[in-house]
Each structure stands twice: as structure tokens, then as C-alpha cells.
Ligand binder design. Structure first.
Ligand code: ZN
Ligand code: ZN
Length: 123
């Protein structure tokens, strides 16, 4: 594993939630000031291909990276955009039940209002 790749891994692991490629690049530049954007993006693509990290794609927002390549759903706050993992316990079993076949892949994003934003609107 290259030094850059190990560093990107560390950035994703220590990130709060799901960073975008650009956020990962900004964090990487703090450690290696002359690192190229292309290096970060290329490494992310390889890591995703190898299943080391996950990539969550949105129709109208930049993709976000995930600590794990293991499929799971997400909760996204419709107000602040905060994204958290949806516990997948039971979900895969449920999907297997309803599809009556192998579950090859799924992408599940549930839009909600996070606790912070709920508290804010309560006053
Ligand atoms: Zn929120
Ligand atoms: Zn996730």
C-alpha cells in the first residue's frame, strides 16, 4: 500500500461521517502540502473498486465516501445534510425475504431531520 493510500485511509477512518472527495483532498493537503488532487481522486477510485471503501452517490450533490465497502443504508438530514449510517441489522434479511433471491446490491437513503435540527426547531 502506498503512503498516499494509507493516509487517505486514515483520513476516511477519522472523519466524522462521510467525507466528499474534496474534503478528503483538503485534509490530505494538510499532511502532504504538495499532494495533487488527481492522486487523491485516483486512490479513492482504486480503493472503491477494491471494496476497501464505499461510495455513496447522490443525484445532485457530490459523492461521499464510506469507511466500509460493506453495503448499508443511510440517513440524511434534509435540513443540514448530515449523513449517518442506517443500522443494517435485519435489513439484509428482510430484503432477502422479499426478493426471494440473492441480494446483489442495494442503495438506500432515508431522508429525515436529524436530532440537532429537531432540537433547533423545537425552540
Ligand atoms: Zn440536521
Ligand atoms: Zn455509511
Amino acid at each position: 500500500m502506498t503512503k498516499q493510500r494509507r493516509m487517505i485511509r486514515e483520513i476516511i477512518d477519522s472523519a466524522d461521517g462521510h467525507p466528499t472527495a474534496e474534503e478528503i483532498f483538503v485534509a490530505a493537503r494538510k499532511r502532504i502540502p504538495n499532494i495533487a488532487r488527481g492522486t487523491v481522486y485516483r486512490n479513492l477510485a482504486i480503493m472503491e473498486e477494491e471494496g476497501e471503501v464505499g461510495k455513496v452517490v447522490f443525484p445532485s450533490a457530490p459523492a461521499r465516501y464510506d469507511k466500509t465497502g460493506i453495503r448499508h443504508g443511510h440517513l440524511v438530514c434534509g435540513k443540514c445534510g448530515r449523513m449517518t449510517d442506517l443500522p443494517s441489522d435485519g435489513l439484509t434479511d428482510y430484503l432477502k425475504d422479499v426478493t426471494e433471491g440473492p441480494v446483489l446490491d442495494y442503495r438506500l437513503t432515508v431522508y429525515t431531520v436529524c436530532e440537532k435540527c429537531r432540537k433547533k426547531s423545537d425552540g
